[in-house]
Write a protein that binds this ligand. Structure first.
Ligand code: ZN
Length: 308
């Protein structure tokens, strides 16, 4: 199945305050909110999507904010870091910007020869910016210039007690082991959408406890439904228990639990976030899937205002 998986599609995490989450990802990090909808399985909770101008797969960070959620506890069996690519030489500026915003956990490290700035999101989310030569067009509508703005995902790091079975799975998905540093092994797709790197860290730590700030699942991109069915069959033959194809309005999704405990999704690049609103106005109005359209008045009254 070489070249079926194109890289990350989106990363979905849990939050507490929707307004604080929105302010951080749009204001502090400068991403565009590309969709304001609800959790299709629990419509009284928002599903907020942040990315580049169009919400291009490989750039999209999404959140389910539960207003009174307690914080997650970091551990094994989870995504420990979600990293975004930024241009070479910009980490000093980013460190100053995040410092002025009171962002906790700022730390500069060098991993795999790349400069990385670690920091925490509003709920303790494990985030990083990595300097990279990345030609993806950034969103500049929130006041961060093209010479500095986020390009999309660089990579995710999964912290696992045993990385072996997940490494095998990534191999099946087309990833190739590129290098190792300490307890971390890097896997990269030979051809990808810019977000083609997954790092597996082997750790001896208790199981993570999911809560606000934890990643809920990571989605990998495929071009279309035909490619999705192809990979679904290959994964099923390899023993994975995979859901049927689910219509998420902006993509089609299948889900399965990876051997290390992290929930994986395979999502299509079609139809995209401009399916139900103009590109110029993405993310402004509350969009509801048809099955929840009758809840609009109630949801508009109950959902936390985002403050923008
Ligand atoms: Zn998803």
């Amino acid at each position: 199945m070489p070249d079926t998986i194109k890289g990350l599609h989106h990363v979905t995490a849990l939050a507490s305050s929707a307004a604080r989450n929105n302010a951080f990802f749009t204001g502090t990090l400068g991403l565009r909110r590309v969709k304001k909808t609800v959790n299709f399985d629990a419509p009284d909770v928002y599903h907020l999507y942040y990315g580049d101008e169009a919400g291009t797969p490989g750039s999209v960070m999404t959140y389910f904010p539960f207003p009174h959620a307690r914080r997650g506890r970091a551990g094994s069996g989870e995504v420990s870091t979600t990293a975004f690519a930024v241009p070479e030489g910009t980490l000093d500026a980013w460190e100053a910007r995040l410092g002025e915003a009171g962002v906790p956990g700022l730390e500069r490290v060098n991993t795999f020869g790349e400069n990385r700035l670690l920091f925490q999101g509003p709920d303790g989310d494990g985030l990083a910016l990595v300097e990279a030569d990345d030609d993806r067009a950034p969103w500049t509508g929130n006041g961060i210039g093209a010479d500095t703005a986020l390009r999309g995902f660089h990579s995710v790091e999964l912290r696992l007690r045993d990385t072996g079975p997940t490494a095998d799975l990534l191999g099946l998905m087309g990833y190739q082991e590129e290098c190792r540093q300490g307890n971390v092994t890097r896997f990269v797709l030979p051809a990808h959408n810019g977000a083609g790197t997954v790092d597996l860290a082997q750790v001896d730590a208790p199981q993570a406890d999911q809560g606000a700030g934890s990643v809920h699942h990571i989605a990998f991109a495929v071009d279309d439904r035909a490619a999705q069915l192809q990979i679904r069959q290959a994964l099923t033959e390899a023993g994975a228990q995979i859901t049927p194809v689910i219509d998420r309005d902006y993509f089609w999704a299948i889900y399965f639990r990876s051997p290390g405990g992290v929930l994986f999704e395979i999502a299509t690049n079609e139809p995209g976030f401009d399916r139900d609103e103009d590109l110029a106005h993405l993310g402004e109005a509350l969009k509801l899937p048809q099955q929840h359209a009758h809840l609009r008045a109630d949801l508009e009254r109950r959902l936390e205002p985002l403050g923008d």
